[in-house]
Write a protein that binds this ligand. Structure first.
Ligand code: PEP
Ligand code: MG
Length: 900
């Protein structure tokens, strides 16, 4: 018989797959002897069974009964006992934390009789009735699927009738009336009475938690967080302790370090006489942890000791939920806490200083995605900017956007290509769509542990919470202060999640301190003292020591090359030469295309030569001493010529107007027509161009080598490589390399500089990957062009796919992310692996790199490490991210698994 139930006292923190994160950690705390209310966990196995069979496994009920009996014996209270009832919380808890995305039902076990027992034993009838009211409301909404607004409305009316603003001001009689009304709502909406049998309540609540795994919010969240849909959730049944029993009771959330900045020192919020849900919901404004020290010094000391112990035990930032019931502390949850990118780096570095972890482990605790967040721009200081208000710095970053009061409005702005700031009193899990699509989030209620703050940090969105001076009137589409309108829907706001400041209008942004210091052009002193900047440098140093992959940059100009070098690039993996043919040089390309014979063509090429040479001089100088891979011209020639339709219209108009038609333009029209292609991306590009326009690659080679020779004469050390694009067959290379080699020899002889330049090829077509063994006979190196390789492997047009059906594919789960963003490891990646293997079977020392966009993508970098490439090449600003990820890939290689 399968065991689907495990007591808290039986499990441990390494059982997250089976018990979910919350269950595993409750078990761990129980084992450590911390004060955890007794309870048990229903495993994810049971949920997976439920999902496949539509019903729980048969043995579950008896196992739950047995576990309940154990809890009852331990506590000396019975479930459903009218005298002294045991109540339980039924909480979801998946392997990965999904804050607020699934359901919870509290106070299960209350009914018309037990509520009186609770009133008697607690000595507080008001509390007992309020607890019953909460159960009816949660059960009604979650289990019975009744519109939450119906219940809220009753409470609104009760408050209005009494002329009070908060639920805490309703007395026992008021709440008894609310309870009666809630029971009516349940009867009206479902045709049944609220179940009085506690066992039935429990069964139904467990099912509701299972069902919530596939609720719309949870599904959206898993899609964005790339959490597999088949894991299922565990269900934790925990005996209730009450933070809302009296004024010696409280509920709170705390962190062992600041999860926003990573600064040392505990940090948290609590509410007296409240349940945990009230703290995270952001409905009442919370008090900060130091106040607890004054109110309940003994509880505070115990809590501090427990938090210190948890951090030592988990060797990381922990967050916890606690409840104080009449002066007694209970731990309801702990886990290794979510944190911002800034906090991740600072905490990793600090834990090394505190000798809790070593540098390698620290590196595994930060990610390239976090580093790229730290490289986002910040608001510029100075200048005139109107500070509108100040709230809590809930999730760092600088966001500028238009005010939207609902998710629908955020999405509408997004559709129009505008950035939105979602402004709400408080957020709840239904706002997830809007939070995802917004650049920033602002709430008027709630603290740094509110739903808005926690979710924003998880998603990497900028957030300012608890701007109390704002009255957010979502219905009127206004923000007011003291009754006066300060902003309306659609107005632009700038919010700083690192300071909590809210500005009117659009505040200019500037590079982050991290970027300034990486580029070495910041305010040296201030930046060097910044603990975040120090932590980033430190993690990058560790990564540089550990990584096997080298990191180059894609750069086409001397400025980009210099920037890439400052950011740590060890060379250039791709110089695209196409922009060198644009702008004022366009007419030279036109001459080349219109050349009637070899002489004219040669003249056109000769005119381009000195200009190209200048271009290469700048880049090679900026990257002196490091490899620079120059790719010869790739895109179809017609991209450099006038547009076919425009030119046709112009000439037709001239004809209609009886003007004499321009002979040059007429010739051009013929050429453009001749070169026109239906699928230019699959047409006359790359090496195909070189084979149709003799002398083109020769001219480029000459420009490159003459530039290199000139620099050599100046005592520099240019390390240039020449790369041929869009090759599918070794025969193409055999045809074109003699032209290149001939120029090479000639330049060497003329200048006396033997540059010994490597000539390699891009592998960016499936055929090239498959025939890599042959191709390696003619190529000194390979660089995988994963942009074209993705396009041609999937048959997706890279320029159109992300605007077209991609979203349909993502919504249907065919693709989780765009294959142009993160390498398709099983398809395109397989071709890279084959290409690498076959290439090296011919030439063991063959240098292998990648220069498609994937070279800067964290998941792809781990894959390229795994298949044994020598380097990745990415855009300059991704270079630090790639260095970090390459280091992580080396440390985490044993854990590598192919990912869809
Ligand atoms: C590629 O195809 O991956 C590549 C780097 O070349 P381009 O993007 O210029 O086609
Ligand atoms: Mg390409």
């Amino acid at each position: 018989m399968t065991t689907y139930v495990q007591m808290f006292s039986e499990g441990g923190k390494d059982q997250k797959d089976l018990l979910g994160g919350k269950g595993a950690n409750l078990a761990e705390m129980t084992r450590l002897g911390l004060p955890v209310p007794p309870g048990f966990t229903i495993t994810t196995d049971a949920c997976r069974w439920y999902m496949t069979h539509g019903a729980p496994p048969e043995e579950l009920e008896a196992q739950v009964d047995a576990a309940m009996a154990t809890v009852e014996t331990g506590l000396g209270r019975r479930f459903g006992d009218p005298e002294n009832p045991l109540l339980v919380a039924v909480r979801s808890g998946a392997k990965m934390s999904m804050p607020g995305m699934m359901e919870t039902v509290l106070n299960v076990g209350l009914n018309d009789r037990t509520v009186e027992g609770l009133a008697a034993v607690s000595g507080s009838p008001r509390f007992a009735v309020d607890s019953y009211r909460r159960l009816l409301q949660m059960f009604g909404r979650t289990v019975l699927d009744i519109d939450a607004a119906l219940f809220e409305h009753v409470l609104d009316e009760a408050r209005a009738a009494k002329g009070v603003r908060s639920d805490t001001e309703l007395d026992e009689a008021d709440l008894r009336a609310v309870v009666a009304r809630f029971q009516e709502i349940i009867r009206e909406q479902t045709g049944h009475e609220f179940p009085q049998d506690p066992r039935e309540q429990l069964r139904a609540s467990i099912r509701a938690v299972f069902d919530s795994w596939n609720g719309p919010r949870a599904v959206v969240y898993r899609n964005t967080e790339r959490i597999p849909h088949d894991l299922g959730t565990a269900v934790n049944i925990c005996s209730m302790v009450f933070g809302n029993l009296d004024d010696r009771s409280a509920s709170g959330v705390a962190f062992t370090r600041d999860p926003a900045t990573g600064a040392p020192g505990v940090y948290g919020d609590f509410l007296v006489n409240a349940q945990g849900e009230d703290v995270v919901a952001g409905i009442r404004n919370t008090r900060s942890l130091p106040e607890l020290q004054q109110l309940m010094p003994e509880v505070y000391d115990e809590l501090m000791a427990i938090m210190a112990r948890l951090e030592r035990h988990y060797r990381d930032l922990c967050d916890i939920e606690f409840t104080v019931e009449s002066g007694r502390l209970w731990m309801l949850q702990t886990r290794v806490g979510k944190r911002t990118a800034e906090a991740a780096f600072r905490i990793a570095a600090t834990l090394v200083d505190e000798a809790v972890i070593d540098e390698d482990e620290a590196l595994t605790r930060v990610t390239g995605a976090q580093l790229s967040r730290l490289m986002f721009p910040r608001f510029a200081t100075g200048g005139d900017r109107e500070l509108l208000a100040r709230g809590m710095d809930a999730s760092p970053g600088a966001a500028v956007g238009r005010i939207a009061f609902t998710s629908a409005d955020v999405l509408e702005l997004q559709r129009r290509g505008e950035d939105a700031i979602l402004v709400r009193r408080e957020t709840n899990p239904d706002d997830l769509d809007g939070m995802l699509a917004a650049v920033g989030i602002l709430t008027s209620r709630g603290g740094r542990t509110s739903h808005a703050a926690v979710v924003a940090r998880g998603l990497g969105r900028t957030a300012v919470c608890g701007v109390e001076e704002f009255e957010v009137d979502e219905a009127a589409g206004e923000i007011r202060r003291g009754g006066e309108v300060v902003a309306r829907a659609g107005d632009v706001l700038s919010i700083d999640g690192s300071t909590g400041e809210v500005f009117r209008g659009s505040v200019p942004v500037e590079p982050s301190a991290v970027v300034r210091s990486l580029l070495g052009d910041g305010d040296g002193d201030t930046d060097a003292d910044d603990p975040l900047v120090q932590a980033v440098h430190r993690m990058l140093e560790v990564a540089d020591r550990r990584r096997h992959l080298r990191v180059r940059a894609n750069a086409d100009t001397p400025e980009d090359a210099a920037r890439a070098r400052a950011l740590g690039a060890e060379g250039i993996g791709l110089v695209r030469t196409e922009h060198m043919f644009l702008g004022e040089r366009r007419h030279l390309v036109e001459d080349l295309v219109l050349a009637a014979d070899a002489d004219e063509r040669q003249r056109a090429l000769s005119a381009l030569l000195p200009l190209q040479r200048e271009d290469f001089l700048g880049i090679l100088r900026a990257m002196d001493g490091r490899h620079v891979t120059v790719r010869l011209l790739d895109p179809p020639l017609h991209e450099f010529l006038p547009d076919l339709t425009e030119l046709s219209v112009k000439l037709a108009r001239q004809e209609a107007e009886g003007v004499e038609r321009d002979a040059h333009e007429q010739k051009m029209l013929q050429a453009v027509r001749a070169l026109h292609e239906q699928n230019p991306m699959l047409g006359l590009r790359g090496v195909r161009l070189a084979l149709t326009i003799p002398g083109l690659y020769g001219m480029q080679t000459r420009a490159i080598l003459e530039a290199a020779a000139q620099l050599r004469e100046q005592g520099l050390d240019p390390q240039v490589e020449i790369m041929i694009p869009l090759v599918s067959s070794v025969r193409e290379l055999r045809e074109i390399t003699p032209e290149i080699r001939a120029v090479q020899e000639e330049v060497a002889q003329r200048t006396g500089q033997d540059l010994d330049t490597h000539i390699g090829t891009m592998i960016e077509l499936p055929r090239a990957a498959l025939r890599a063994d042959e191709i390696a006979e003619e190529a000194d190196f390979f660089s995988f062009g994963t942009n074209d390789l993705t396009q041609t492997t999937w048959g997706f047009s890279r320029d159109d796919v992300e605007a077209g059906f991609f979203f349909t594919y993502r919504d249907r789960g065919i693709l989780l992310t765009s294959p142009f963003e993160s390498i398709d490891q099983f398809g395109v990646g397989e071709l890279v692996r084959i290409g690498a293997e076959r290439g090296r079977s011919t030439r063991a020392e063959l240098s292998l790199g990648v220069c498609g966009e994937h070279g800067g993508d964290p998941a792809s970098i781990a894959f390229f490490h795994h298949v044994g490439l020598d380097y990745v090449s990415c855009s300059p600003f991704r270079v630090p991210v790639a260095r970090l990820e390459a280091g992580r890939a080396a440390l985490l290689e044993k854990e590598f698994e192919l990912q869809h």
